[in-house]
Write a protein that binds this ligand. Structure first.
Ligand code: G3I
Length: 350
């Protein structure tokens, strides 16, 4: 039996590493490149654009080949789900969930409460604190309840803090107070006892005040038995960001004894938005180093805390960064694997 397992492992290793970059770093011939990001010991995901998932066959096939987790880039945001109180359009969110289910992929729900993409009917709402709590509860429990058992985890609250560690004065904060966070997590838990509940934010990799605010929030919630299972670190970094910073952020999140999700990874190559910027071979290799280091930092925390790594898009033709101009993702505009992709594979193969 042991010989059988060893040969299977060797076959898997040869299979997954074949097509690796050769010694001078050239990526392999795409037609023979059978590598996949699914070799990682944790779930790897893409944030997907539902319209591209429906209409672009190469986009869709790349998703199927490469990942085992999906986040809807926009389809599950309040502004896209709810056009009036108790009026919902589920089509796009259902499509993502159905696609993931058909392809045996995990779904990560993004996001229940955010200060952006708040629909006009909520902006126009007026009522006392209890009325706002009732509105928030109704929305959260309608959405979480619809996907009960189908969505593995939710970003319950997204970006509740400013970079200086102060609470962001969101519509929820202004009308309910800081307790909106506790309530949101409790309402989500009541609607689905099986889904994991995450706090999601950016900036832990560069702001000590934000690192402190987020870890204090999570530790305090846990001390009061408010249900929370994980921290999402968005990690919209650039290739100049040092590994030390994002490793510190990941380790501080892990110190809260919760699951850690690298939830929105991209590595900008032109953070100063220089209109004359070019994606050179040198830039590609710097970007590769950042992708590899991020994966290594997640691999270094306890295995049971490694929730996963989600890349904020698939290829450079369809990224929120593209107009900068920028080339922040692991696939180029023609869906060819970049050195950034090789960096992830090298980290996963270690
Ligand atoms: O679909 C409409 C289209 O019909 C319309 O013609 C067009 C012009 O108004 O807008 C399109 O919607 C845009 C949508 O992206 C889809 O492209 C919205 O205006 C635009 O605001 C939206 O931007 C998204 C942004 O969040 C705000 O929701 C980005 O795609 C998305 O990548 C970005 O993702 C966020 C995470 O959710 C949270 N963390 C930060 C991250 C980057 O900002």
């Amino acid at each position: 039996m042991k010989k059988y397992l060893v040969s299977i492992f060797l076959l898997l290793f040869i299979f997954s590493s074949c097509g690796s970059s050769n010694d001078n770093g050239d990526s392999p011939d795409p037609s023979t490149d059978v590598r996949t990001l699914k070799i990682a010991p944790f779930k790897v995901g893409f944030a997907v654009d539902v319209n591209l998932l429906r209409s672009n066959t190469v986009y869709r096939q790349t998703v199927i080949n490469e990942v085992n987790s999906l986040t809807a880039e926009n389809a599950m945001k309040m502004g896209n789900l709810s056009s009036a109180r108790n009026v919902y359009n589920w089509n796009d969110a259902d499509y993502v969930v159905d696609f993931a289910t058909k392809n045996d992929m995990r779904v990560h729900g993004h996001t229940l409460l955010w200060y952006r993409d708040v629909p006009q009917w909520v902006e126009n709402f007026s009522g006392d604190r209890n009325a706002w709590i009732a509105l928030m509860k109704e929305y959260i429990q309608t959405v979480v309840g619809r996907y009960k058992g189908k969505i593995a985890a939710w970003d319950v609250v997204n970006e509740a803090f400013e970079d200086d560690g102060q609470y962001r004065k969101t519509i929820w904060y202004r009308n309910i107070g800081a307790e909106y966070i506790d309530l949101a997590f409790q309402f989500a838990r009541e609607a689905d006892s099986s889904t994991l509940l995450f706090y999601n934010d950016y900036g832990m990799e560069y702001s000590a005040a934000k690192r402190t605010a987020i870890t204090n929030l999570v530790n305090d919630m846990k001390s009061r038995n408010i249900p929370i299972d994980g921290i999402g670190l968005q990690m919209h970094i650039d290739m100049f960001r040092s590994k030390a910073y994002f490793t510190l952020a990941i380790n501080m999140a892990a110190s809260c004894n919760v699951k850690v999700h690298i939830s929105e990874l991209d590595v900008a190559t032109n953070p100063d938005k220089d209109p004359k910027a070019k994606f050179t071979a040198e830039v590609a290799l710097k970007q590769k180093t950042s992708y590899k280091a991020m994966a290594e930092a997640l691999l270094a925390i306890p295995a049971d805390q490694q929730y996963g790594l989600t890349i904020w898009g698939i290829n450079d033709a369809y990224s929120w960064l593209t107009d900068n101009p920028d080339w922040g993702l692991p696939f180029d505009k023609d869906f060819k694997k970049k050195p950034a992709y090789d960096g992830l594979i090298e980290a996963f193969n270690k």
